[in-house]
Design a protein around this ligand. Sequence first.
Ligand code: NAP
Length: 257
Amino acid sequence: MAAQPVSVLITGANRGLGLEMVKQMLEAPHPVRKLFACCRNPDGPRAEALRTLAKKHPNIISIIQLDATDLCSIKQSAQQVDSLVGTGGLNLLINNAGFLAKGTLQETSPEDMKITFDTNVIGPMNIIKEFLPHLRAAAKASKMSGMSSSKAAVIGISALLGSMESVKESYSFLPAISYRISKAGLNMLTLCAAEELKMDEILVSALHPGWVRTDMGGEGGDIDAQESVQGMLSVISSLTEKQNGAFLDYKGKTIPW
Ligand code: NAP
C-alpha cells in the first residue's frame, strides 16, 4: 500500500465531495493524523454534519474558517494551521471548494463571472500561496524521494467542463460559461504551479470527480459522492512526479486540456 499523508487540508469540507473526503479519510485503514476541514461558515446549518464528525474525532479534525473569496480569511486559516501542524508541515492540500453558475454567453453577467472566477481560480491561487510554507516544510521534513501526495502535494478539483477539447461535445448539454472559463483557468494555474513548485518537490495536479450527485451535480449525476471520492483518493495516493501537472479523472484517466 502507498504511504498515506499525515496532514491534509480540504476546502469546502462541509458538504458534497469535500465532506465525503473527510469521511473516507477517517475510515481509511491508516487514517490521516491531522485533518484541517475548512469551510466558510463553521457555525452555520450547512456545517452540522462536519461538526458532528469533528466531535467524534477531536484529535484528528480541526474545523477551520476559510472563505475562498476572502484573502484575509485565507491568511488567518494559514496562521491557524501553522499553530497546529507542527514541524512535519502540510502534506496534502485539496482545493475542492467551488461555485457553479449555469448561464449561456448571453445569460452570464459580469457579476456571475467575477464570483465564479474569485471562487474557482483566485481562491485556489491565494490558498496555494498562503499554504506554501507548510507544504515546503512537509517536503523538507519527508525522507521519501520523488514526489507524492504523502510527501507534499496540491490537488485542484477541476471539471471536465474546463477541458477546451470537450466544449464541442458538451456545450449544448450544459453551457455554464463562467464555470467552464474558471475551470480552464484552474487548469492553467495547475500547470503553472506544477512548473514553479517542482523545485520544492511539491506535486500539483488537477482532478475531475466525474458527474456526481451532489448539490452542484444534481440528482441526474452518473455516480454518487462515495464512488467519486473512493476513486479520487485512490488516484491521489498513486500520484508520482510522472503526474506532476496532470489532469486526470476519478478513475485515473488523462483528460485532454
Ligand atoms: P457542492 O455540493 O455544491 O459543494 C460546494 C462546496 O464548496 C461547499 O462546501 C461550499 O460551501 C463550498 N464553497 C463554495 N464557495 C465557497 C467559498 N467562497 N469559500 C469556501 N467554500 C466555498 O459541490 P461538489 O459537487 O461537492 O463540488 C466540489 C468540487 O467538485 C467543486 O470544485 C466542483 O466544481 C467540482 N466538480 C463537481 C462536479 C459534480 O458533478 N458534482 C463535477 C465536476 C467538478 P457552502 O456550504 O458554504 O456553500
